[in-house]
Design a protein around this ligand. Sequence first.
Ligand code: 5AD
Ligand code: SF4
Length: 555
Amino acid sequence: MTNPAVYLETFGCQMNELDSQLVHGALRRLGYAFTQDPDAADVVLYNTCSVREQAEQKVWSRLGELKHAKHDRPHLVVGVLGCLAERDGLDLIRRMPVVDLLCGPGELDKLPTLLDNALRTRIALAQAGEHQRSARQAALQGSTSRRSATLAAAQDDLELLDLSRAISPTDHNGSAYVRITRGCNKFCTYCVVPFTRGAEIHRPPEHIIDECKRLADAGVLEVTLLGQTVNHYRFEHDAAVAVGGVVQPQKGRSYAGGHRRDPFQGHRVTTFADLLFRIHEEVPALQRIRFVTSYPRDFGDDILDVMRQCPRLCRYLHVPVQSGSDRILKAMNRGYTVGEYLEFLGRARAALHQPDLGRPLMISADVIVGFPGETEDDFNATAALLENARFKSCFIFKYSPRPGTVAFDRLPDDVSEADKRRRNNHLLAIQTRISDDISRELIGETFEVFVEGVSRKTLKRQGLSHGQIRKTGGAVAITVGGRSLDPHAEAACATAPADEGPVQLSGRTEGDNIVFFNAPDDPAPWIGRIVPVRITQADRLSLHGELAPTDLTRG
Ligand code: 5AD
Ligand code: SF4
């Protein structure tokens, strides 16, 4: 078969989005075509998430829908990538015989080989009329154990996947993710990530900086550095290992703090603060540098100092707190108290919250309600924490027991679904009020806004209900579902019919506030640029404004 068409759908977090981009690039280089229509695909790949059961359910229902498709198109290859593949392994195949291929997040570099095997086997079986037999005997190297962990040290082939990242000026809308750390060593008792993504490893700083430079050369203005506990980044140069001339990622140690508190004195170490500083200084074309997700413990003053000193480091932090009760934080194995979390917030705001200079610090968080044993008192403590912390936004999750975690094995899921729902709604109401207040404080201010695309409202008006528009070398591409990774595949022009009024653009401030404003004329030239917008209206989720005089315009 020549140029098989791949449909790739991504579920879950930013780490998964980046993995999908890398997979997309690797397969495209091998001649695979991409389609946004699963019915037209030879290969359907789902890059999955298993952090909460709800995320998994979506994948199960998609796989269920494919049963019929596979009946009609026996050559179709179905692959499950990511955390669900790693966690469920053979059980997944047993439950969903439609699946031909499994590939955990720790072995994505092997996907092209697995896929090639699966396609060849599928075609051979289809030609022989043996439609019922699965190709998976050939393709399945899927996850029966925690293989990611074995990738933790020097032989991390995955690094090659990041290193071989194809970056072209038409591949992005001005913004890109860069991984700095893989995996997690924290083992919070509710969390499946250490099992699905394996032990923590840190990429060599040279690789990260080189990737940032290549992105900037291709026109990227904003990078988001990714890690599960991004501020724990640390690379010891004296301990670096090179294999075949390639410096290998390095195992995370128990966190040893920032540079200035380095117990391995005399060793050359790149801490997270050093890394931020180097990217800021060595890649001046990047207008915005942000990072997620921060861990509330060990967030040293060295990081805050660098953020204050380097103007292109965004005043935005995502720092999950998870609970406002010390008892629950302990049961979650989070390793800090509410007091310590609040101490950190105070320190960060004292260093970085500068509304008078037009640079307020925006902080967002995650919270879990209904963790095993959570009493009304514990819950009320979380509600009080939300009032006290005044997050810009807070993602609130109902506890979801995850097989394989300590909480699943040892702690009964004893908060009823009704209580979880009530607690969730109560916190949502508090957070809505706070987010509203914070947004309203921004009215009248002018912020630089990174323009990401045409707003959903405009696209809906134009009959493109789920979509995004982005600039692709002068043309404008629409990506249905916001998930198209091939701007050429679905390029189309969003024109603004004269009688329908102006096109509304959407973008983000450095503090990650969403801003809508009307394009003064043709929308395309504004997309992927940073422009000043004066805020005129606000609501909980977004700000509305108008383009300010363009002499300040950058990008
Ligand atoms: N149940 C509910 N929420 C969870 N999270 C992680 N694991 C679970 C779980 N088992 C939430 C945490 C984390 C975010 C990414 O997902 O709040 O910060
Ligand atoms: Fe999961 Fe905790 Fe690691 Fe975050 S820090 S990925 S919640 S184990």
